[in-house]
Design a protein around this ligand. Structure first.
Ligand SMILES: O=C(O)C1=C[C@@H](OP(=O)(O)O)[C@@H](O)[C@H](O)C1
Ligand SMILES: C=C(OP(=O)(O)O)C(=O)O
Length: 700
């Protein structure tokens, strides 16, 4: 199935809990590259696993680094400052770098210093993000970098760097060449007002030049804290950068003889920009009066990332924040939030989160000095202005600022389908709009775009958000055995980003848990009340066709013969049946639920938004079951299977308690002659008809 077109977030009420954030994008991609340029191996812990780091890792492998990954740990064996022979060839190696600025810019600089041929490509938006200032800097160092498309933008063609000594003395032997090389020094002028990543890239590549280079910044250097990250990490890899004594941001020198040295091992802190969404969440929705707070783990007061200073901005707006070296705890302080007027040049990424916090402020918020927003994943000033207006805010945009006035009253908030422009930060920060006082749901289009830096963002977000269950939509899929409920429900849950309840598996799970905890034994009378309490406390998840109990995949364990017998024992206990009703209700959590079973629409969720009653002829169902069994290597007879199914249908439909029958308001779906894709699409169309949003157009 294709990527979800949208994620509907129901109105949210409160936030409470702890979030473990993934690794920093800026640190991950820097240390991956530095490790790749070193000699020997470097073990990196806490590496971010996302689109941006995947393109970096793939590029490192293509240029000859060895990469071994296990979970969030990566061991990189570097190329020792020179390309392996096979990478120095006539045909350029194409490196696809998606939309990752932290891969495109630093890799371009490093590879341009070496002796290979490369074609640096990316997604269409990457071809609209300027890179001319970096190319100009590299050309001053004798690098061969050409534009393969539009002047000033990727894609780029890189050739072997002209060695200055080789030009000066074509017959010089290698030793003489390297001596001359070390004596040579360059002054490179580089503009710093479009992106700091150009200077970062040049600094990271400078040790490959073999001679002293001084970089002088033309114009104002933006996003300075990212340069501080670069200097810090270069130092960890043995390279010291000298700075001018005036402001420290005008001149940077890397001496001849600077060499990358692996630190052996390095721990990457969590992403401070990703933390901003949860800091804002705490400020908006973690009410201390209810004992609520949000804690983010993995980044804190000791962070080397500039976006940690988002905390100060959030505090200025009223957040109550406390930190340890590697965690941050946030609660609502002043409410409504205070409007601010802030120069955000030092926190360009996290500042987007302030624009959404501004929706909850007591006046007009102005975010200044953010011109770089216009050349990032999208034109972020224009995109933010357009989407905030859809929600009911008044927004003024300028070349380098945005001014946001919240909706005048609760009644002025609008149902909005938020276009995300393939920009992860648009999706993440606008998810915060679901706390609006009008209890309006918010649609986030193309939610998978968060994969750039935080693939599990929405799981983390909904893991700490609370909604009124009555506002959480439920889609019920009821029907007889082998009608394809499980397959349909799994696809629906994935496409809508909703939780899944496989109610048929619950008695088996309770039986397994009761046996494991000793409440169910071969001898003696089991304590039904204790098993009911256990049932109510279980942490169960249905995802990707598997059943998870406390994080363990128990899909096979519940399908044993013993599992079947234990399920039958516990299902006869009235207290367990009652507990299971509560347990089933507890699955109704934001953003929504797909409930698969036999009495979901009639008994458990009578107020569901949509009820589907799925059927197929006994012939077809028997055939499907037969195919399933045969593919698993079991013997089966179609006639027996059909007879069993018919007998079970008769029992299920005629039993006194919760008989299998369509709810009065259920839509019947006979999928006898329908493939899975068609039935999923049909149900999605029914679902869409019941939503307040127009269907979004498919994009990119
Ligand atoms: O160096 C870095 O890691 C980054 C620098 C910033 O870009 P600019 O310097 O272009 O503002 C930031 O927006 C980007 O997400 C990451
Ligand atoms: C600007 C961003 O990314 P990039 O590293 O591609 O510049 C960002 O993550 O907000």
């Amino acid at each position: 199935m294709s990527k979800p077109l949208f994620l509907d977030i129901p109105p949210l009420l409160a936030a409470n809990g702890t979030v473990h954030l993934p690794g920093s994008k800026s640190i991950s991609n820097r240390v991956l590259l530095l490790a790749g340029l070193c000699s020997g191996s470097t073990t990196l812990h806490g590496v971010l696993d996302s689109d941006d780091t995947r393109v970096m890792l793939a590029a490192l492998e293509r240029i000859g680094c060895e990469v071994v990954r296990q979970g969030t740990t990566a061991r990189i064996t570097g190329i020792g400052g020179r390309l392996p022979v096979q990478a120095v060839q006539q045909e350029p190696i194409e490196l696809f770098l998606g939309n990752a600025g932290t891969a495109m810019r630093p890799l371009t600089a490093a590879l341009a210093m070496l002796q290979g041929r490369f074609l640096m490509t990316g997604v269409p938006r990457m071809y609209e993000r300027p890179i001319g200032d970096l190319v100009d800097g590299l050309r001053q160092l004798g690098c061969d970098v050409e534009y393969a498309g539009t002047e000033g933008y990727p894609p780029l063609r890189i050739g072997p760097r002209a060695l200055p000594t080789a030009n000066a003395n074509a017959n010089a032997n290698a030793n003489a060449a390297s001596t001359l090389f070390a004596q040579h020094s360059s002054l490179v002028r580089v503009r710093g007002d479009v992106s700091s990543q150009f200077l970062t890239a040049l600094l990271m590549a400078a040790p490959l030049a073999g001679h002293t280079i001084t970089f002088e910044i033309d114009g104002e250097l933006i996003s300075k804290p990212y340069i501080a990250i670069t200097l810090n990490l270069l130092q960890r890899f043995g390279v010291t950068v000298q700075r001018d004594s005036d402001t420290g941001w005008k001149q940077f020198t890397v001496e001849a003889g600077a060499m990358y040295q692996s630190p052996g091992e390095l721990h990457i802190e969590a992403d401070a920009s990703s933390a901003s969404y949860f800091i804002a969440l705490g400020a908006i929705a973690s009410d201390p009066a209810q004992g609520h707070s949000i804690t983010v783990q993995g980044v804190g007061a000791d962070s080397i990332q500039g976006d940690i200073r988002f905390i100060e901005a959030a505090e200025a707006m009223g957040a109550s924040v406390s930190s340890t070296p590697d965690s941050i705890t946030i609660q609502r302080g002043q409410w409504p939030l205070r409007a601010i007027d802030l120069d955000c040049n030092h926190i360009p990424d996290a500042a987007m989160t302030l624009a959404v916090m501004a929706l909850y402020a007591d006046g007009t918020t102005t975010l200044r000095n953010i011109a770089s927003w216009r050349v990032k994943e999208t034109d972020r000033i224009a995109a933010m202005a357009r989407e905030l207006r859809k929600l009911g805010a008044s927004v003024e945009e300028g070349d380098d600022y945005i001014r946001v006035t919240p909706p005048a009253s609760a009644a002025d908030w609008r149902h909005a389908s938020i276009h995300t422009y393939d920009d992860h930060r648009m999706a993440m920060c606008l998810s915060l709009a679901a706390f609006n006082p009008a209890s309006r749901s918010v649609r986030i289009e193309d939610p998978a775009c968060v994969g750039k830096t935080f693939p599990h963002y929405f799981d983390a977000y909904f893991g700490v958000c609370q909604a009124d269950p009555a506002h959480v939509p439920v889609l019920c899929v009821d029907g007889p055995s082998a009608s394809g409920k499980g397959t349909l429900s799994t696809h629906l849950a994935k496409t809508l980003g909703y939780h899944l309840l496989d109610s048929g598996a619950l008695y088996r799970i309770v039986g397994l848990a009761a046996r494991r905890t000793g409440l169910l034994q071969d001898e003696g009378e089991p304590d039904a009340e204790a098993i009911a309490r256990l049932a109510a406390s279980l942490s169960i998840r249905f995802a990707d066709g598997c059943v998870w109990l406390d994080g363990e995949d128990i899909s096979d364990a519940i399908r044993t013969e013993q599992g079947g017998m234990d399920a039958s024992t516990v299902s006869a206990m009235p207290a367990v049946r009652t507990a299971l009703v509560q347990l089933q209700h507890s699955f109704r959590k934001a953003p929504g639920l797909i409930a698969d079973g036999r009495d979901m629409g009639t008994v458990i969720f009578p107020d569901a938004t949509l009820k589907v009653f799925l059927t197929a002829s006994a012939e077809k169902r028997a055939q499907r079951r037969y195919n399933q069994l045969i593919s698993k290597g079991f013997a089966a007879r179609i006639d027996d299977l059909r007879a069993d199914l018919q007998a079970r249908d008769a029992r299920d439909t005629s039993r006194a308690v919760a008989p299998l029958q369509p709810a009065q308001d259920a839509l019947p779906l006979d999928n006898s002659d329908m493939d899975v894709k068609t039935s999923v699409q049909l149900v999605l169309d029914w679902w869409q008809d019941r939503q307040p949003f127009p269907a979004p157009e498919a994009h990119g």
